[in-house]
Ligand binder design. Structure first.
Ligand code: ITT
Length: 190
């Protein structure tokens, strides 16, 4: 039976689908929304959201929430990444870091899986890197054109295809941990 990924973001779904394929897991996208509470903690947002949506759907499902944390900006925009992307965007982040040498940043991803009435299980993935000095590339979404992951040879996420981004990315890391756990559980239940 296919596993449900609740997300309104088609790019995220494609990234997850590419990874799930490698694990032999079939996933389907469900765009039903869920309450994203105001919180400084991605974990808290995911825990509440996945519990609510699995009950609403009456089915096991997973959600994922991510954010960009810029060191020099005290972790901003973090859990507020969506709002910041929609308001000041990549150009705004580049402006905030104009003339700044310390460009370290990290993406964090939290995946949460829940069965109706059950307790959520969370998986975290972190991708260290830095903010580029200019936007580059046209693939991906969000902050991809201004983020260079560590070990990525200086390319931004937006210069990588989905498979390459998954190798380094916060989401790839969190989803691999989740899918390994999920596969192991399936095997234990046989
Ligand atoms: P959901 O429906 O799954 O919540 P979303 O688009 O709202 O999808 P998030 O809340 O997880 O996504 O992410 C917040 C913002 O952070 C998102 O709008 C992007 O601007 C940015 N972001 C998250 N993951 C990213 C990634 O892999 N690459 C670039 N930007 C990313």
């Amino acid at each position: 039976m296919a596993l449900i990924f609740v997300t309104g973001n088609d790019h995220k779904f494609l990234e997850a689908k590419a990874l799930a394929f490698l694990f032999g897991i079939e996933i389907v996208q469900e765009k039903t929304g869920y309450t994203e509470i105001q919180s400084d903690s991605l974990e808290e947002i995911v825990r509440r959201g996945v519990r609510e949506v699995s009950s609403k759907l009456g089915a096991a499902c997973f959600v994922e929430d991510a954010g960009l944390f810029v060191h020099r900006l005290g972790g901003f925009p973090g859990p507020y990444s969506k709002y910041v992307f929609l308001t000041i965007g990549n150009a705004g982040i580049l402006r905030l870091l104009e003339g700044v040498n310390d460009r370290r940043a990290e993406f964090r991803s939290v995946v949460g899986y829940c069965e109706p009435g059950g307790d959520p299980v969370l998986f975290v993935g972190v991708c260290p890197g830095k903010i580029s000095t200019e936007a580059r590339g046209d693939k991906g979404f969000g902050f991809d054109p201004i983020f260079e992951p560590e070990g990525g040879g200086g390319k931004t996420f937006a210069e990588m295809d989905v498979g390459e981004k998954n190798k380094f990315s916060h989401r790839g890391r969190a989803l691999r941990a989740f899918m390994e756990w999920f596969k192991g559980r399936e095997i234990r239940e046989i």
